[in-house]
Design a protein around this ligand. Sequence first.
Ligand SMILES: Cc1cc2nc3c(=O)[nH]c(=O)nc-3n(C[C@H](O)[C@H](O)[C@H](O)COP(=O)(O)OP(=O)(O)OC[C@H]3O[C@@H](n4cnc5c(N)ncnc54)[C@H](O)[C@@H]3O)c2cc1C
Length: 451
Amino acid sequence: MPADTVSVTGWGRTAPTVARLIRPRTYEEAAAAVRGCGARGAIPRGLGRAYGDAAQNAGGAVFDMTGLDRIHAIDADGGTVSCDAGVSLHRLMRVLLPLGWFVPVTPGTRQVTVGGAIGADIHGKNHHVSGAFSRHVLSLELLTADGEIRTVRRGTPLFDATTGGMGLTGVILTATVQLQPVQTSLMSVDTERARDLDDLMARLAATDDRYRYSVAWIDLVARGAATGRAVLTRGDHAPLEALREGTRARRDPLAFRPSRLPAPPAFLPEGLLNRRTVACFNELWYRRSPRARTGELQKLTAFFHPLDGVPHWNRIYGRGGFVQYQFVVGHGQEETLHRVVRHISEHRCPSFLAVLKRFGDADPGWLSFPVPGWTLALDIPAALPGLGALLDTLDEEVAAAGGRVYLAKDSRLRPELLAAMYPRLDAFRSLRAGLDPRGVFMSDLARRLAL
Ligand SMILES: Cc1cc2nc3c(=O)[nH]c(=O)nc-3n(C[C@H](O)[C@H](O)[C@H](O)COP(=O)(O)OP(=O)(O)OC[C@H]3O[C@@H](n4cnc5c(N)ncnc54)[C@H](O)[C@@H]3O)c2cc1C
């Protein structure tokens, strides 16, 4: 099969490495690629939206799975879809929305594949209600290191190792997923502002269970008492009766019409993004947001995926790229969240809006990220002086509080902290040792963290 030797990075563009990129078009080609992948092994890759080094493999093979993208079956009554793992959530939305179904979990971009959604066991704004993506996966087919294809069902160790397993148990070829019924492609959204972090957390704790989707955009650049001020947006799929009679939306309530803005220039000048420009942006955004508004109808794509409208937005951080830092700490560890926010603020990180969310119950994936508690995610330019030391300090705070960082976003965690963060790590390692004794499946992430 043809292979190109290319430089591969994650979405943050921080740690490029060179690999042979192979694009299987059939399951047989995928199996042959696994059997012949060579001593440095192989890792499956979807749309490359993991921020760090999870879907790259220095000196080895990377399987671009987007060439396997067939939708095999849709049960429009029962609400399930069976498809190849290379199908994107964008495509599923385009096909399924007109039938009255939506993906059960979507991250902040719909440009991810089903394989990437399972491999990272992604979460969305509905985690407190619906859990992670794996909760909705009924079964999957996995191409393992011996070149065989196994059907993997829920409730088995292989399922729990694969959901969140970062592509290291094998190549997911297909999956059957339970969907979410919807009457329209619009969202009914309530917006409110919170004056600081305490105010925000109190609002989230008091009323989150009234909403299917909930997220807070928080300002970590604002100084003093305003640090952590936020705009909280929460809502649900709009019912048909919320759409006015006679409108275009009412006539075609399940239309999927994402908007698209022009791409930014290839790279913005270094230094354009500094604390002052980011502070101005955040200030403007906070002031323009309504203090309180209920029942606003928004396009589903605007509510879930505002950044998808700007192609290649990851270039705005310049050639050095950026790190996305995301961690979770359990309920009762609010003081750690406050301390982390203080560190970030004192370090004067020029970070656009950060995202704070409450997670609900965990799913059984051994390396699945979400646990009940608070999760914070923020982008930081990789060139920020002192960033490595700052994030090491945050990792230690998070680990000491029994929390964890998200592997799909990581490119720099120290391996010695991993076992404290992921207590099922030993089970994961021993299952891999049995399933893949030659270490066929390997990534930069796996080498760095000895997964
Ligand atoms: C703007 C933006 C917003 C985001 N928001 C969220 C969010 O809200 N919640 C969240 O959870 N994540 C979020 N993410 C991260 C993203 O959802 C995950 O990293 C997801 O895994 C990316 O899917 P992908 O298809 O691009 O996979 P890749 O990035 O290519 O790969 C990710 C991992 O999945 C594995 N993988 C990919 N395909 C397969 C396969 N066929 N078989 C086995 N393993 C496979 C890879 O080996 C790798 O370990 C966001 C990313 C961006 C860029």
